[in-house]
Structure formats: structure tokens, C-alpha cells
Write a protein that binds this ligand. Structure first.
Ligand SMILES: [Zn+2]
Ligand SMILES: [Zn+2]
Length: 131
């Protein structure tokens, strides 16, 4: 499977029994829909909150990225509330950019403690560890 951002081959890594696909070049993370749902559930997000189809659609300012599963253009959507993390979304899963998560980690350090922020901390951890 190729990285939707830089087309390198993604590497499978396992964290807390979740399998995710990580790009060693740009350090982005891909979650298959089921893996994301499981991770969100572990972090205490309710069924409505972890339903990626309900994420608010964001305007696309860049060329849409292609889903690594189906090769179709993905939507840009907001992962959190207030809107700090943009993800690329397909029915097959979601993609997090390293840069997007970096911004989000700042807001977590500023004291947010909702379930999504806890999840962002987990994702930040995953970024810091070598793949
Ligand atoms: Zn990449
Ligand atoms: Zn897809």
C-alpha cells in the first residue's frame, strides 16, 4: 500500500493491538476504518464520536489525496472540535499527517483532556517511536 502523501510504501506497525500503516518518509499514519474505530473505542469515544462519516467536511485547499485502498480522491475532514486536525477521509479509513498532529499536540499540552485529545497524545507517541 502506498503513502497517499508521498507514494512511498507504507510500513505496518502495531500499537496497543491496533495495526496501522506508517510512512517512514513523511511519518504520516493510515488507519483502516475498522482499526480506527477500535482505537477510538479504546480511548473512550462513543459510537457517534468515532463515526468518521460524521466528521465535519473541510474545504480542500490542496490537491486531494488518493485513498491507498481504492485510489479515489479522499475528503478533507476535521477530526476534532474545535477544528485543529485535518484528516483525509475515505470510507476505507483515515490518514493523519505528521504536521497536522504536531499542531494538535500543542493544544493537548495547553491542557485539553477530552477523549480525542487523549487519542491525539497516543498518536503523538506513535510518531515519536521509530517505525
Ligand atoms: Zn509518506
Ligand atoms: Zn477508499
Amino acid at each position: 500500500m502506498e503513502c497517499p502523501a508521498c507514494r512511498q510504501e507504507l510500513i505496518v506497525v502495531e500499537r496497543e493491538r491496533i495495526e496501522l500503516d506508517c510512512c517512514a518518509a513523511c511519518r504520516g499514519l493510515w488507519f483502516d476504518a475498522g482499526e480506527f474505530d477500535l482505537l477510538a473505542e479504546i480511548h473512550g469515544l462513543g459510537p457517534a464520536e468515532r463515526d468518521t462519516a460524521r466528521f465535519a467536511l473541510a474545504p480542500i485547499q490542496e490537491r486531494p489525496r488518493l485513498c491507498p485502498r481504492c485510489d479515489r480522491a479522499m475528503d478533507k475532514a476535521w477530526f476534532d472540535e474545535p477544528h485543529t486536525i485535518l484528516v483525509d477521509r475515505c470510507t476505507h479509513g483515515i490518514w493523519f499527517d505528521r504536521g497536522e498532529l504536531g499542531h494538535a499536540l500543542e493544544s493537548v499540552r495547553l491542557g485539553r483532556s477530552d477523549a480525542r485529545s487523549v487519542m491525539v497524545s497516543f498518536l503523538g507517541e506513535t510518531f515519536r517511536r521509530p517505525a
